[in-house]
Design a binder for this molecule. Structure first.
Ligand code: 3HC
Length: 288
């Protein structure tokens, strides 16, 4: 478990592509896997753009950028990464999807490989039940968006996660330039338990007419020193992701109504207005 050299990242969405870029910049070979070829192309374009930006800003030499590019590969077949010595699942926030992927991961990678998940809210112990015999290698390794910039990795042990798996996760997080911080296995862990109700409350404030979205965001930026206001951040994270995390917390924390997603948030998701990724959410990003 010690010298990780090849990381398989499963899921090439925003988080998966960010984790892959961070891995390559950390000198690790990284295979990004997704069932959708188009998603892999988007990830590759994101990587090329970010690496060029780093070179233009003289934060990375052209040689190191080329080296990072050469460490990255993209495939629709998990089997192409069967020699990976670490796996991070970063697929959609759905328990059944993740459990199916975990079984595939257990069957693809060798018996030493840590099976980490970037889940933002789902119970690690529950996910581990999908891979009987490998529960000790399952752990939460929760990165933050944008992954290359945000320092935190929230590390969550399941009931059967071994000490060796935890120590190796801490070591890898640090090797990638991150700061690992432990949290216990409750729905939403610490980050989303605190962040999502605040975002949800901003929707309630908007719905009640306390202020319009621009004013809510300005107040929280200027008065509380947030880099983004809560509604702008919700668009950035994805409104569907925010809704799904609220529902995982509602179901996982005794159906406490304080975790029910605000109706305006739900309505936007159902209208396909998901935030930055769809071009419109709380704000419209297609306007000039
Ligand atoms: N990928 C890589 N680098 C990025 C990036 C991306 N997607 N977006 C921005 N950056 C880099 C820029 O290149 C720039 O680098 P530099 O300092 O070397 O020039 C730096 O970040 C700052 O970017 P900008 O100057 O363009 O813009 P800002 O100063 O406004 O910063 C931000 C952008 C870092 C996104 C900042 O607004 C921020 O910190 N926002 C809050 C983000 C946040 O809260 N994330 C957590 C979300 S919750 C989560 O992920 C958990 C999940 O479970 C929901």
């Amino acid at each position: 478990m010690s010298d990780v050299s090849h990381i398989a990242v499963i899921g090439a969405g925003t988080m998966g592509s960010g984790i892959a870029l961070t891995s390559a910049l950390g000198g690790k070979q990284c295979t990004l896997i997704d069932v959708q070829q188009s998603q892999l192309e988007t990830a590759r374009a994101y990587h090329d753009k970010q690496l060029s930006k780093l070179v233009a800003k003289e934060k990375l030499s052209a040689e190191d950028a080329t080296n990072a590019q050469s460490l990255l590969s993209y495939t629709t077949e998990m089997g192409d990464a069967s020699d990976a010595d670490w796996a991070i699942e970063a697929a959609t926030e759905n328990v059944e999807v993740k459990k199916t992927l975990f079984q595939l991961m257990r069957d693809t990678f060798n018996d030493e490989v840590v099976l980490a998940t970037n889940t933002s809210s789902i119970s690690i112990s529950d996910l581990a039940t999908a891979v009987e015999g490998a529960e000790d290698r399952v752990i939460g390794m929760h990165f933050f968006n944008p992954v290359p910039v945000m320092k935190l990795v929230e590390v969550i042990k399941g009931v059967k996660t071994s000490e060796a798996t935890t120590n190796a996760t801490i070591a890898l997080s640090e090797a990638l330039g991150k700061i690992p911080v432990p949290a216990n296995d409750f729905a939403g862990f610490v980050s989303n338990r605190v962040l999502m109700p605040m975002i949800n409350e901003a929707f309630h404030a908007w719905e009640d007419g306390v202020a319009d979205p621009e004013a809510i965001d300005s107040i929280m930026k200027l008065g509380c020193a947030f880099p983004m206001g809560p509604l702008r951040l919700a668009d950035y994270i994805g409104l569907d992701v925010c809704r799904d995390i609220m529902m995982v917390m509602y179901n996982g924390l005794n159906e406490n109504p304080k975790y029910l997603p605000n109706q305006k948030l739900v309505d936007l998701v159902e209208a396909g207005k998901l935030g930055d990724k769809s071009g419109e959410g709380v704000y419209n990003y297609t306007k000039e």
